[in-house]
Design a protein around this ligand. Structure first.
Ligand code: SF4
Ligand code: SF4
Length: 392
């Protein structure tokens, strides 16, 4: 009985957005806001009070922004004990997404005390990175990176590929490879706060091509680098289950708390009044959030995917992609699935086909030798990657 109960646990994710302010001015940014307030400790206390009886599953708190370190060392020194000490039944885990500019030895000490893994952002070599993100960005982030390492903090970088930087994909891949960094990528999204929302956005077609390119580069250099997204796509195909938020029904298991305590379905919606589901001070239940306007809209997306993607062989582990990508650009109207569907289909098909071919080859049913693709017999195949993932 006990074992059955444990199995039924559904981990959930609460993103805490201490502020939407950010000292950088990245050209394609869609999430920062000048003059955004900073979350008060009262709001953290309200968040704790809200979550006490909200549900009893394991929770991950991710501090996100804007730039979450703008909240300062005192904020984390007070917030972290509140979130851990009073919510032990939720077994809290933490993560933080930051550009590292504002990291100080004092802040690093607090974060190290809670062993908080850090996600940061670099778009490749300095010149390219600074062109997209802002002059001096690279140096400031690297300074923070060195400080984080000195304090024993783990940092992984996310690389945003834009319509511009995708032309330099080889340089970017080599940059991550030569610097011994794990590569995790994001396609630049249309910036809804910009006058030219599509200027930097990576088209779904180009994103699909990029993913196949990175699959090949990863296979060629499998022992030297990890490409996280390719691992995620492979895991989807191999296990038949999505393992990152884009490829599961994120609704009802993901929430974000904005600087003023408003609750949203995800950090991506923070600052959009039409997506406020409730407020932490009112301690809304799961049912109340699900019945709020944005809660209903998120569920409607899930039902839409059930119909719209019904004929797609990847539906089980794709689930229509990211609802934000699908509904934010159409003012909340559900007119389609995640526009990156084209890219998802491309990479899922590629992985599934190569896997099937290699399986047939290894069983002696086909002409293809495991590990051979496009005539390059020295390159490991998709099954080698699967073995690497299982071994890990
Ligand atoms: S809305 Fe998109 S980014 Fe946010 S949790 Fe859902 S899938 Fe992830
Ligand atoms: S790949 Fe496209 S059609 Fe298939 S499930 Fe994902 S979003 Fe739907």
């Amino acid at each position: 009985m006990m074992r059955q109960k444990l199995k039924q646990k559904r981990p959930f994710h609460v993103m805490i957005i201490p502020t939407l302010g950010c000292p950088s001015k990245c050209a394609y940014c869609w999430s920062s806001e000048v003059d955004s307030p900073v979350m008060s400790i009262e709001t953290v206390k309200d968040t704790v009070a809200w979550l006490k009886d909200f549900r009893s599953d394991p929770v991950t708190f991710t501090f996100h922004g804007g730039e979450p370190l703008l909240a300062g060392a005192d904020f984390y020194r007070q917030a972290l004990p509140l979130l851990t000490g009073e919510l032990t039944h939720l077994e809290p885990n933490f993560a933080l997404q930051t550009n590292l500019w504002k990291l100080t030895p004092e802040l690093a000490d607090v974060l190290a005390q809670y062993q908080i893994p850090i996600g940061s952002s670099l778009d490749g070599p300095q010149e390219l990175n600074d062109l997209q993100r802002s002059e001096g960005y690279y140096e400031k982030t690297m300074r923070g990176y060195e400080l984080a390492k000195e304090h024993g903090l783990q940092v992984q970088f996310i690389c945003t590929f834009t319509s511009h930087s995708v032309q330099f994909k080889e340089d970017i891949f080599n940059f991550f490879l030569e610097n011994g960094l794990t590569l995790k990528l994001h396609p630049a999204l249309p910036s809804l706060r910009s006058n030219e929302p599509d200027k930097w956005a990576l088209s779904p077609e180009k994103y699909g091509e990029l993913l196949v390119y990175l699959l090949d580069k990863y296979l060629e250099n499998m022992n030297l680098i990890e490409v996280r997204n390719i691992n995620d796509y492979c895991r989807c195909v191999f296990t038949g289950r999505g393992t990152v938020c884009t490829f599961v029904d994120c609704m009802e298991n993901t929430f974000a708390v904005g600087p003023d305590g408003s609750i949203y379905p995800c950090y991506r919606f923070v600052g959009m009044p039409e997506y406020v589901m409730g407020h932490v001070r009112d301690r809304p239940s799961q049912k109340e959030l699900a019945e709020s306007g944005p809660g209903v809209r998120m569920r409607a997306f899930k039902e839409y995917v059930d119909i719209e993607c019904k004929g797609c062989k990847h539906i089980r582990y794709c689930r229509g992609g990211c609802p934000y990508n699908a509904i934010a650009p159409t003012n909340g109207e559900i007119k389609g699935v995640d526009p990156h569907c084209i890219a998802y289909q491309r990479i899922f098909d590629e992985i599934a086909e190569r896997f099937n071919q290699e399986m047939m080859g290894s069983l002696g049913l086909g002409m293809i030798d495991p590990g051979s693709q496009k005539g390059n017999n020295s390159r490991p195949g998709i099954m080698s990657l699967m073995q690497k993932m299982i071994a890990k």
